[in-house]
Design a protein. Structure first.
Length: 202
């Protein structure tokens, strides 16, 4: 069975992001103590990092044969199971796109939350609604939408994006170059996304 684990994260390697807190609650998966848990599943209480790994692992369930989210215990024979087969009662389906994963905001996944934010930011007064929608589609295709949500919180990024949407900055390499002094890193990140998805030439 092949499972698609989130890159760089597994129950024994949780050094990415914020340092782990300590507490009196022991995680049933990694055995570490935590100040609070993210879920209580049939095997016991699950800490935040292990919950994140579980809700980002997809593959073919060894019990039912469906390709879907596999939040079940990874140590069982055959690997992790889907939620129903593992006895996990939580519904992981996004209420917007129906994809399974961790909820980011009010029952929606991070990708749908990102689309909502970009729609508010870029489609309020767009000079070219078609171009603005294409920009939203490209940005929402990022591998890790959570990182794009964090990236766009920057005032420089929001200024750059709204300038493009309003038509003040053309959606070209030259347009992005004009922000080199004020938002060089933001412009470079956006340029990489646009080139990768074919909205700008190399």
């Amino acid at each position: 069975m092949t499972t698609e684990h989130p890159e760089g994260l597994n129950p024994r390697n949780t050094v990415r992001g914020r340092p782990r807190t300590t507490g009196t609650i022991q995680c049933a998966r990694c055995g570490r103590n935590a100040g609070k848990t993210r879920a209580s599943w049939p095997e016991g209480k699950i800490c935040g990092p292990c919950f994140t790994v579980a809700t980002r692992t997809h593959g073919t369930c060894p019990d039912c044969g469906q390709h879907r989210l596999l939040p079940g215990p990874p140590v069982q024979d055959g690997g992790p199971r889907c939620a129903p087969c593992a006895g996990i009662l939580h519904n992981f389906h996004c209420t917007r796109c129906n994809q399974e994963g961790e909820f980011y905001r009010r029952g929606t996944c991070a990708r749908c939350a990102l689309r909502d934010d970009l729609t508010t930011l870029l489609l309020t007064y767009p000079a070219d609604p078609t171009a603005a929608n294409r920009l939203i589609d490209v940005v929402c295709q990022a591998d890790r939408p959570e990182s794009i949500i964090t990236w766009k919180r920057s005032a420089k990024v929001q200024t750059l994006l709204t300038s493009i949407s309003s038509g003040q900055t053309p959606l070209t390499h030259e347009g992005l170059d004009s922000h080199r002094e004020t938002a060089g890193r933001a412009a470079g990140h956006l340029r990489a996304l646009l080139v990768h998805h074919g909205l700008l030439p190399h």
